[in-house]
Design a protein. Structure first.
Ligand SMILES: [Zn+2]
Length: 651
């Protein structure tokens, strides 16, 4: 889902008007502004445990829709499998504002009760055992309530009636009897809509019948992939239709079927034509387009943005950003669906990031380039010091769909994982995640496990800091080049929110000389840590993270004096850093000759050994956090048994 508010942008700045308004690069202004416009009634949000005792297998929806009227009439036939014995009542989440016309079960009418605003309980004449496959048909009618972003809307375009649904996150129960949670996908559905013949009806899956019946037409959509309830959708108006063809990586030819407002047909054809290459890009970068046996497509609606309804995204316009975002959801959101609204970034962070990747992949075809796109996401996140990607209040639709956190910061978590793991392991881990969770739900630990398995890296701390924690780091870099050529860099960071004391990250710094430069990657594990890198040219300046791999702000870089004195030692010029030291001290050698290990002892002022160990060539940090404050001597023995002693102060 993606919100656009072009009319507000229009009001804000005339200059934006001249640009392509549907290329929504200012998503987060937009999302923030959208909050003021959410005025729909909000239903109760608690997942309903009364629906846990059965598994949804199949729905056949048969509806009569005239888009000139705010009304739905029809029936839902449900096939289910019982998961518990003594199953004598089946419960659905369903608005009590709709009238139950009948409930048929094994050819007879059965009774039901409505409890509260959203519970429909159907009493079965005899209890079923666990494992029973059964079905019933609920006929109903009425004017549904509309929640969230407008779960059931009747409107018009160009003077023509238009009706659409947008159920995410909690609105399915407003217009059909369902399980409203994120734990049971329906294995397959048929949607059969009868509408006056002036209109077309859009929905999920393949159109298997379009037939005239008197003054009406019947549209039969058949979908044979598992689907989350919030992704079931219909749109009805006087659509014009056309199809783009998309050759996929598996050799099949996918129809991209577009139902568009006739007055927007030229724009739509340009936009969906451009999207063909984006679909091929995702299809080759991740896994085959998930619903390749049916279709992809678009149906236009009047809500100010887009919604990734399975196999047919509903969109208000045809810009690159919106179309590539909704398309990305077919993999991240539809095939693999967030298993909790706390984890909505698994839908929205991914869709946002994939849209960004199209800017990296197709630079000549986009207005906003990849670098500027990244900068805009960073600026969105750092506009406030706190906020987690983990949704800490799922009762708030605006919090779930926070443009700053679920979209921009979520996308940046992925950008940083790509930097941390490398592109091969990052994309490989994502492919494994998609394959293992396909047509199911997933939560953040599942993604973490796949990225860890692929890369061999432990990402526990990463997800604690970046997913559950709040804020972002600011880095202070001081660098110095010694006469021998070695460049020392000291890296400090402050954090914007107390929930994270330190972000442990690989940090990129570009060292620039005359006509030459070198990007160094500093594995930052301690605040104030000193790094040494051998650079074969004279460094004139340094630049922090030139490619915007990291989410950070207010970074500083300066040249300074880091190493006051160096002592001559057989293994190379030696110094300790820092000195005085608090929790750790680093041992550095310039012109280092030693290989293998170097043994060390720490001796206190009384001459007692307090600590001992050995240093690897690259493991130069000694933990001194347990030492009492005072003066110590570090005794180092080289491979020939020669020793040298250096003093340091523990603060
Ligand atoms: Zn989205």
């Amino acid at each position: 889902m993606k919100k656009l508010l072009t009319f507000l942008l229009l009001a804000f700045t005339a200059s934006l008007f001249a640009q392509n308004l549907t290329d929504d690069d200012l998503e987060n202004i937009v999302c923030k502004e959208a909050e003021a416009h959410d005025h729909f009634f909000q239903p109760p949000l608690v997942a309903n445990p009364l629906t846990d005792n059965y598994d949804l297998k199949y729905y056949r929806f048969e509806w009569y829709i005239d888009p000139a009227y705010y009304f739905i009439e029809g029936k839902a036939t449900v096939y289910f499998e019982t998961l518990a014995d003594n199953f004598s009542e089946i419960n659905f989440d369903f608005s009590s504002q709709l009238a139950i016309d009948s409930i048929r079960y094994h050819g007879q009418d059965v009774a039901s009760t409505a409890d509260g605003n959203y519970l429909l309980s159907v009493q079965l004449p005899a209890a079923l055992p666990a494992g029973a496959l059964d079905s019933l048909t609920i006929a109903y009618s009425g004017a549904p309530p509309s929640s969230g972003f407008g779960s059931f809307i009747q409107s018009e375009h160009n003077g023509i009636p238009s009706l659409w649904t947008l159920s995410e996150p909690y609105g399915s129960q407003d217009w059909w009897p369902c399980k409203n949670g994120l734990d049971d996908k329906i294995d397959s559905i048929d949607i059969i809509i009868t509408t006056p013949s002036a209109y077309r009806a859009a929905s999920n899956g393949s159109l298997v019948q379009e037939a005239a019946v008197g003054s009406d037409k019947i549209y039969h959509w058949k979908h044979r992939y598992p689907i989350a309830p919030y992704l079931v959708a219909i749109g009805v108006t006087n659509y014009a239709q056309y199809t783009d063809n998309v050759p996929l990586s598996n050799g099949t030819n996918l129809p991209m079927l577009n139902y568009v407002y006739p007055e927007n047909l030229p724009d739509a054809q340009i936009g969906t034509g451009n999207l063909v290459q984006v679909l091929q890009f995702y299809d080759s970068l991740f896994v085959t387009y998930p619903f390749f046996e049916e279709k992809y497509g678009h149906a236009q609606f009047g809500w100010g943005g887009g919604m990734e309804h399975q196999t047919m995204s509903f969109v208000t316009s045809y810009g690159w950003s919106l179309l590539s975002h909704e398309l990305a959801h077919q993999w991240f959101g539809d095939m693999v669906t967030c298993g909790s609204w706390e984890d909505i970034w698994l839908n929205e962070g991914f869709a946002t990031y994939l849209e960004g990747l199209t800017r990296e992949r197709f630079p000549s075809q986009v207005q906003t380039q990849w670098y500027d796109w990244k900068l805009s996401k960073i600026n969105s996140v750092i506009s406030q010091p706190g906020g987690s990607v983990l949704v800490d209040d799922t009762t708030s639709v605006n919090r779930i769909f926070s443009g700053r956190l679920s979209y921009s910061k979520g996308a940046y978590l992925l950008q940083m994982l790509r930097w941390k793991l490398g592109s091969d392991d990052f994309f490989g881990g994502l492919r494994n995640y998609l394959n293992e969770r396909q047509f199911d739900y997933a939560k953040t630990p599942s993604l973490q496990a796949h990225l860890e398995a692929k890369s061999g890296q432990d990402l526990t701390e990463y997800f604690q800091d970046w997913f559950a924690g709040q804020g972002f780091p600011s880095y202070q870099v001081v660098w110095e080049q010694s006469s021998a050529g070695t460049v020392y860099l000291q890296l400090n960071q402050t954090t914007s929110h107390p929930s994270v004391g330190f972000f442990e990250m690989p940090v990129p710094v570009l060292l620039k000389g005359f006509g030459v430069d070198s990007l160094v990657r500093l594995e930052h594990t301690q605040n104030g840590e000193l790094f040494s890198v051998d650079i074969p040219f004279t460094v004139n300046s340094a630049q922090f993270d030139p490619d915007l791999w990291l989410l950070s702000a207010n970074n500083t870089v300066q040249e300074g004096e880091l190493v006051a004195t160096r002592d001559v030692f057989a293994e190379g010029n030696l110094f300790l850093f820092p000195n005085p030291a608090s929790d750790w001290v680093q041992v550095f050698f310039e012109n280092s000759k030693f290989q293998g290990e170097l043994n060390w002892h720490i001796v206190n002022a009384l001459g007692q050994e307090t600590k001992a160990g050995s240093l690897e060539r690259d493991g130069r940090t000694i933990d001194i956090s347990t030492l009492s404050p005072g003066l110590y001597r570090l005794v180092l023995a080289d491979r020939n048994g020669e020793t040298t002693v250096r003093s340091f102060v523990k603060k």
